[in-house]
Design a protein around this ligand. Structure first.
Ligand code: FUB
Length: 344
């Protein structure tokens, strides 16, 4: 149910039939990256605000300035806002647009990973550090070397290696990095440099993290997403190809790479046998929500697995004023995920 259809939505009916309720209502939140640390749930969302920027296809209206960490004692308990965890004014290299973050823990230290535009208007990914999962976080003076684009998701594998998955099209600038160097074209067209429909789709990236989690340990590698015949998904395969919002989780020893298809508004997944892929497309996790963007994380809490996602229901459909939600996801015997409908 993307943005252009909202005139037809009766929000009272929609909320009554919604799969789940907003987790918090006093601020707008989006892009929830959820983790289970020491028996509690911590959610690292974007903090949506209305900064008065006009809507455009490069996402200028997503003019967020800070992050708040939301915590929950258990999956059904109240979601608590722990206040400002990091503000853009305290990030030496960042100018604006604090987009979808993630976090992880190593040896009792917590790391917040976040994209923001630098003073040249280029999205980079930074790290900020705290001794508490709720912050406040102290930003490193510079972004991660060789980082680019948006939507970092940092996955800890069973052997204690950490990998960052990232990338996002259009306003996320992934299409500008095809030569390995930022293309400074000023056309401001979100689709400039997107391959033709019959060419392979642009791919997200993964990099193993250094031991201190502050840098990449290797040059980021492209992640292949293949169809059922082993061919790369094509750029025109809009219902299946990667757009943004990467996430990685494991189930029964397999690696599930999930992501948003952006302008077709699905959360999809592909499965592989190692953290680098290739991953074979398997299906949808979540059908379109109210609002243009769809973004998620997947977090195991005790024996169950939950999808954390967002929609724009709290603001009655305003694209950049979203609210985070959660719902249980279930797997079939063969490992496939049962698709969720956000409204019944
Ligand atoms: O929240 C800003 C951007 O919108 C995120 O980085 C994207 O994933 C989309 O949700």
């Amino acid at each position: 149910m993307p943005e252009d259809n909202i005139d037809h939505i009766n929000f009272e009916d929609l909320n009554q039939n919604a799969l789940s309720e907003p987790l918090v209502r006093h601020i707008y939140t989006a892009d929830p990256s959820a983790h289970y640390f020491n028996g509690k749930i911590y959610i690292y969302p974007s903090h949506d605000v209305d900064a008065g920027e006009a809507f455009d296809d490069l996402g200028s209206h997503f003019a967020m300035e800070d992050y708040h960490v939301i915590s929950m004692d258990s999956i059904d308990s109240e979601a608590v806002d722990n206040g400002v965890a990091l503000h853009v004014k305290d990030v030496p290299w960042a100018k604006q647009q604090m987009w979808a973050p993630d976090a992880n823990e190593k040896n009792g230290t917590y790391y917040l990973f976040f994209p923001a535009k630098d003073f040249e208007g280029i999205f980079r990914i930074g790290v900020a550090v705290s001794d508490s999962p709720t912050g406040p976080f102290k930003a490193q003076p510079n972004p991660i070397k060789n980082s680019f684009s948006i939507d970092p998701a940092v996955f800890k594998d069973d052997d204690d290696s950490y990998y960052m998955y990232f990338g996002g099209l259009w306003g996320g600038q992934l299409q500008r990095w095809q030569t390995g160097v930022f293309n400074p074209d000023q056309s401001e067209s979100p689709t400039a440099f997107i391959p033709n429909d019959s060419e392979p789709a642009l791919l997200p990236f993964v990099a193993k993290m250094s031991h201190d989690l502050l840098e990449f340990d290797e040059k980021p590698k492209e992640i292949q997403i293949l169809d059922e015949n082993g061919a790369l998904l094509l750029s025109g395969d809009n219902d299946r190809r990667f757009f943004e919002a990467a996430w990685m989780h494991k189930h029964n020893g397999n690696y599930y790479f999930s992501y948003s298809t952006g302008d077709t508004h699905f959360i999809c997944y592909a499965v592989g046998d190692n953290p680098y892929g290739p991953f074979t497309f398997k299906g949808r996790i979540l059908n379109p929500v109210v609002g243009w963007t769809s973004h998620h994380s997947i977090c195991k809490v005790e024996e169950k697995t939950y999808l954390f996602y967002h929609d724009s229901s709290l603001s009655k459909g305003v694209t950049h004023l979203r609210c985070i939600k959660k719902a249980e996801i279930k797997y079939r015997e063969d490992g496939s995920i049962i698709t969720l409908d956000p409204y019944q």
